[in-house]
Ligand binder design. Sequence first.
Ligand SMILES: *Cc1c(COP(=O)(O)O)cnc(C)c1O
Length: 379
Amino acid sequence: MKFNTKTIHGGQHLDPAFGSVMQPIYQTSTYAQKSPGVHKGYEYSRTHNPTRTALQNSFASIENAKYGVAFSSGLAAIDAIMKLLKPGDELISTNDLYGGTYRLFSKVFKNYDIKFHFTSMFDLNEVESYINDKTKIIWVETPTNPMINIFDIKSLSDICKKYNTLLVVDNTFASPYLQTPINLGADIVMHSATKYLAGHSDVVLGALMLNDDDLAEKLYFIQNATGAVPGPQDCFLTLRGIKTLHVRIQRHCENARKIAHYLHDNSKVEKVYWPGLPSHKNHLVAKNQMSDFGGMLSFQIKRFGKKETISFLEKLKLFTLAESLGGVESLCGHPATMTHASIPKEEREKSGVTDSLIRLSIGIEDVEDLINDLKQAFL
Ligand SMILES: *Cc1c(COP(=O)(O)O)cnc(C)c1O
């Protein structure tokens, strides 16, 4: 099956009861048993639920993986991976990481004696210099938030194989339409399905996809034992979202390309961060590893400080000022005061998150309307 077919049919079976074409929402916590232990495979909805099973099969299918595991949020999915570790274990990650992931690592799991090394993943020798026999995971996001940096998944997976550590790729920003990290050697793919997979800004949900049997058994055990499972309604919404993933991402990319070029050619703009521009510092890696360049971009306006930047954002009408990304509607954000406000100023400016940085999640509206909205805000 090819990708577009998988989004609609991957891992799905017609409902045996009435042949309903859409997966029913099994809104139940428990299931009748004929005699203790005699049932149709379902006992209790923390452990299994048919709507969740259908979603997990879809997750596996779209990421070319054997297993999919669903969680009540992206962070719950990350939390489950961390529970594979023991005190004393070490993890290496990028220093421009999603804020919530950084907080979970540095504020929660640090107290459980897990050691974290945050490095810019560009220099692979530096990554290798942190590896020792306690290193269990290399964690990477690509593209990153909000600087839209791209890391070479295949090269990182070669290092992981050499030292026998797991490579986890947070594939939230790209989606499997643009890249499938498992094919590039990743051991586990993680998603905030809240974003592009569900795609309509109406659900919070997380996903893990993987091939290894033992690791999958451990993660299903953690999913049931710790209980951060999504409800059937949210599973349904995510399944429904995935059915249009390919057409949405295609349009997100098309619109982002036009807006990136519009901004790039605008004399008021200082710099545009979008991996499809030849001027992007990782353009070639992106071209190699992704089928297109995605719907997320950031930019800075010349001579703008915090006040002017915020007033620009307030002038936008179609772009809603909001956290999150990956929905059908366009959003704008100010990382310095929103997503990255907890990082000290010098620290964030080192990675490029200046007061004039604006992040856009390009939606699938008519691109002319989006560009006109930007034009009126520049006036
Ligand atoms: C949103 C996000 C997360 C966290 O997911 P939630 O669903 O909000 O818990 C993790 N990684 C990335 C890249 C994200 O954008």
